[in-house]
Design a protein around this ligand. Sequence first.
Ligand code: SF4
Length: 317
Amino acid sequence: MDNVELPVIRVAEVIKHRQLHEGRAAVPGGHIGPSDVGGCRKRAVYSKVGADKVEPDYWLGAAMGTAWHAYLEELVASMVYNSYDDLTPSAWVTEHEMNITLGSQTIHGTADLIVPELNLVIDWKTSGNVEWVKKFGINEQQALQGTCYAIGAAQEGLIELDKATVMIVHWDRSASQQEPIIHFFPVTQELMDDAVDWVASVTDTSDPESLPREAPPSFCYNLCQFVDVCRGQHEDEIDDAQDPEIVEAVNVIQEQKAIVKEANAVKKEAEKKLDHFHGGVVGDTKVGWVRVEAKTIQSYERAAYSRLQLTKIRRKK
Ligand code: SF4
């Protein structure tokens, strides 16, 4: 029975290998893809110059995203004429590989779904927690990525750019949110200019050290393969982050922590009031006591992981 887990471990190894080395998202070394545009420039330049990489710990979420994209591709391809008279799914274009010319540069990518009759480009996203997207919408990187696909689709004559709409659709990987979360926007000149500028700024330099860090540590330590060369193993410094999204994220976490702390205190008080209640039905809630028997819980080894830590700092006056 010692080897009973081996097949599963082997399957996990194969998934990880495919995701890291053969996956849909894997852009051949050093090439910039639409999903890079608007992200950390330093990372793109590290990739361009072939800096040393570490193997990321985080691969399962990406594998699930790849599987979901494959499922959607198959589903859309099998869709037939239905009650939407004006739509013809057979003319929709799924998983379409394209070259995208941005200024003097050409990048390569795969658009998830193009609906030519609506001048629409759809980018599927899977996310472990969609609450952030529901509350704050999509980020600049997602907007620029969608814009790149729209530009590519227009350059291939599939859509008209001045009438184009980009739709970013988030699916909740945890399945706690059953409906897709949809954001859409027109392709503006400003977005197109931003995409061109981003690509130009990355192709103009071969010195990643000359660029600032443009991603938060949570992204770097979990998702960036250049984290060692960029941030080193241990960083002991306090940056004053200026990125409004980071500032907002920290403020939201602190606010929510305060709310949870208060809510827990209130819940504890409420629970105390039930100490001598034997049980019964209260409104639509059945209340009762369940005996939890003593049990020896075996210890287990926990894999290393990165935990976000927010600590209040005192600033010198
Ligand atoms: S570690 Fe973070 S800041 Fe550095 S290159 Fe990677 S994503 Fe950018």
